[in-house]
Write a protein that binds this ligand. Structure first.
Ligand SMILES: [Zn+2]
Length: 88
């Protein structure tokens, strides 16, 4: 059985994840395209890339997501107060 380098370090710690894959639950919605997930077995955090693949959530990616989330909130805010009348 071939194990890729990302899961190799987790084999001893959590063999369930290495056998069956991580059981991700959504912990945060960044915007319409990006979400953050956490494995309920080993607590590994992940996010999804632009094509929807799950990737390990590094501190660098976390910073990017924070920025995206801020921009998303800002856009929601602007949409609510400046474009509300247009839609009615
Ligand atoms: Zn896991």
């Amino acid at each position: 059985m071939k194990i890729n380098y990302l899961t190799q370090g987790l084999v001893k710690k959590n063999y369930i994840c290495s056998l069956f894959g991580h059981q991700y639950v959504e912990i945060k919605t960044v915007n319409a395209h990006f979400k953050e997930f956490e494995c309920k077995n080993c607590r590994m955090q992940a996010t999804n890339d632009s094509v929807g693949q799950k990737i390990k959530l590094t501190s660098e990616l976390k910073d990017i997501n924070e920025t995206l989330f801020y921009l998303y909130l800002k856009r929601q805010f602007l949409a609510k107060f400046y474009f509300e009348k247009k839609e009615q």
